[in-house]
Design a protein around this ligand. Structure first.
Ligand code: ADP
Ligand code: MG
Length: 293
């Protein structure tokens, strides 16, 4: 590889908002055969909005929101921000919180109004022994099939209701995925969210393979598993929990609007959130290699 062609290639890529950290990455990117896309903030806009509030029987909507909002106010998770903003817009005040802990990959636990509040996944409820009525489980399934992220709430071990948020896919995601597939690459979406929601969002973006319900430290393990199958893997993500997978992937691509931690771990930063930059990066790499030969 001549330094001149690498420099020219890097410069041209930078004009398109594709920042290669080093020349070696520009030389390697064309070898990728599998692209793992994080869901939230990568395939989607990453700006979820509170859409549904379904209190359990005998509980007022305002009471449910008072408790859920209080617990989520303490959380730094993007879902929590969406919930807190949505509750504030409804003009509901929050209960006073006396204790809080995040349960990564599952949800949150807090003490508010002297009650123990849980908000999170069905797995969280199962593990904490909260019984969720069948009717509520059916509602949950329905929300998930619509591509929404639904979260269950409990107060003092009893089911209290559910809330859901919706995120939208980027207008460019579907076309970008199609381009990668047409280039012969395997595109897989990976997320901590539940299987049904993940499938619904993936379908909107034309993605056929999904790895869902991955715990926060599990994305890197999935990269490794694919590499052990002999694949050359690119991970594309924006979040703190994507960083280990971005670092381990053959080529890590961070979304420029994401967290600094993701950008530090990645080999390439895509300044435009548009996933078309992935195919562009691969093409630039191909062109550079061709110029070298
Ligand atoms: P992702 O970033 O892909 O949503 P996470 O591992 O952060 O994945 O979260 C997985 C799931 O855990 C979420 O989809 C949600 O159901 C639940 N969860 C995480 N954080 C919270 C929270 N603050 N409040 C409620 N549920 C949460
Ligand atoms: Mg993300």
């Amino acid at each position: 590889a001549t330094p001149t062609s690498i420099m020219a290639g890097s410069g041209r890529a930078a004009e398109f908002g594709i920042l290669f950290k080093g020349g070696e990455h520009l030389e390697l990117t064309h070898r990728i055969d599998t692209v793992l896309l994080d869901k939230t903030g990568t395939v989607t806009n990453g700006a979820p909005v509170l859409t549904d509030v379904l209190p359990a029987e005998g509980i007022e909507e305002a009471e449910l929101l008072r408790l859920v909002g209080a617990a989520e106010k303490q959380s730094e998770h993007p879902l929590a921000q969406a919930i807190v903003t949505g509750i504030a817009e409804k003009g509901v005040g929050l209960a006073a919180v006396t204790a809080f802990s995040a349960i990564p990959g599952y949800g949150v636990k807090a003490e508010a109004d002297g009650k123990e509040i849980l908000v999170g996944t069905r797995r969280l409820m199962q593990e904490r022994g909260v019984e969720v009525p069948q009717a509520a489980m059916d509602q949950l399934t329905e929300l998930e099939q619509a591509g929404k992220t639904a979260m269950l709430a409990a107060a003092d071990g009893k089911y209290a209701g559910m809330i859901a948020v919706a995120d939208t896919i980027k207008t460019t995601s579907k076309q970008a995925v199609r381009r990668l597939q047409d280039m012969g690459l395997t595109v897989i979406m990976i997320t901590g969210d539940n299987e049904r929601t993940a499938r619904a969002i993936a379908a909107q973006a034309g993605i056929r393979e999904v790895i869902a319900e991955v715990l926060p430290d599990g994305k890197a393990a999935e990269v490794k598993r694919l590499q052990e199958q002999g694949r050359k893997v690119s991970m594309v993500g924006d979040g703190i929990n994507d960083a280990p997978a971005l670092a381990l992937a053959d080529i890590g691509m961070a979304i420029g609007t994401g967290t600094d931690v993701a950008m530090e771990a990645a080999d390439i930063t895509l300044m435009r959130g548009d996933l078309n930059s992935i195919a562009d990066a691969i093409l630039m790499s191909k062109l550079t290699i061709r110029n070298i030969k």
